[in-house]
Design a protein around this ligand. Sequence first.
Ligand code: ACM
Length: 516
Amino acid sequence: MTTVSSGAGVVADAVIPAPVDLEPGEGVLDLTAVTIDAPDDVTARLAGELLAASGAAVGPRDGVPVVLTQDPAAGPAGSESPERYTLTVTADGATVAAPERAGLLHGVRTLRQLLNAGRGEAGGALEVGAVVVRDAPRYPWRGLSLDVVRHWFGPEDLRAVVDLVGSYKMNRLHLHLSDDQGWRLDIPSRPALTKLSSQGAVSGAPGGFLSTDEYRELQEYAAEREIVIVPEIDVPGHVNAATHAYGELMPSGEATEAYDGIEVGFSKLHFDLPATEPFLRDVFTDVARMTLGPWVHFGGDEVLMMEADEFGRFVVLCQELIAEAGKTPVAWQEAAGSVDDSVDDSVDDSVDDSVDDRADGEGPVLVRPGTLLQYWDTRPDPAPLVRAARAGAKFVLSPADRAYLDMKYTPEHPLGLHWAGFVELRDSYDWDPATVIDGLPESAVEGVSAAVWTETMLNRDDLFSMLLPRLAAVAETAWSRPEAKDWASFRDRVAIEAATWRREGSTYHPTPQIDW
Ligand code: ACM
């Protein structure tokens, strides 16, 4: 792809993620004043907000028409994605056609990027060159997984993250809501979780949690933008916040101490304790009841001190509880027996044996058909994952060396960790989800999720400086087909996009890989 100027300051090709097809036309549309016509009021309001944020005056009459219209024939030839759309801009107005609401919003997002590109950092003329964009995503799941435990990010930050995710046409925000350091979602049947375990975070930082009302409001805010919130309650490891609140989950009956460090792998539930199953049933039933979207994530990662049998019983039970509550289970790859057998056994001598046992890939497939597995650890043998796919599991790919946006960009980078290496912008860009797991059929790939763990991120600026620009690279990897991806073009488009980040005051990392 090339960058095309079709008028003074008007950049026709500035779209991230790269669309399937973009054809510049003749003429320029002036979007100084806009009149929106949409199938419903919420869509009209959102389209108006997006264009107004870029400087357009959005009014009921007298502006140039921006028409959103439902049309099953829209999108690239042959695409059956429910999110497909066609955006047509002429000198007289703009039309977004799409079979469903998601496509209408995607079309407006594309229009907004084209408008922003022309405006630049200084906020120049509100003009867009004539163009036809026909577009559809490669994968249905395009998301961000965000840890709100290690540091707490409240509703206002989370709405900003929803907006950011949506701006790159991502449609899932997975929230990691429980871990050793804190519990971040009110569970009405288990009030001690937030009463006793929500107030801390890493290194004594302040905690917090979402009330049931805040959780519903956040989900509604996201749903209006066609983004689904996926809640994660991480079990049977990463549970010190739970065992701190409910001592009955420990063999001793004694609550554990609060924890504000960043080690992993030391806490666990005990399947045979009488309190364990009722606890899981209460928590997953409440979470499912409070969740608008179809998925509930039960974690399953880094359970370093548990025999294979016991771990397997947790995997079976959690899937059962979530399915009984009417949702589709999601879990980290370990639920399929995919664990790294080289883990450090310094915590306990039994670690190596139990992990080896699970890593041999010989056990029964415990993952149900339709369960989603989130792939993050690139070290283990992929055979158990391929077997899970054969049994009907689907995969969301978050390979840590590409998609973990808490990895440092470079050794000198002040924020982030580096256990999976250094992840520069190009590392987040140059990969193909279809070939990440050896032997996995592409039909088993549901999509891609960036992930960000917040041990070192204290506030929104820290978080956004790790997300941008790499989130844009992961978004393009999730949305755009390999033939539409091009590093040189992406670099140009990121530089154009960054003018908007600066104009809107959004923090980003000025990696030397881009000519800013
Ligand atoms: C993970 O990074 N432990 C999923």
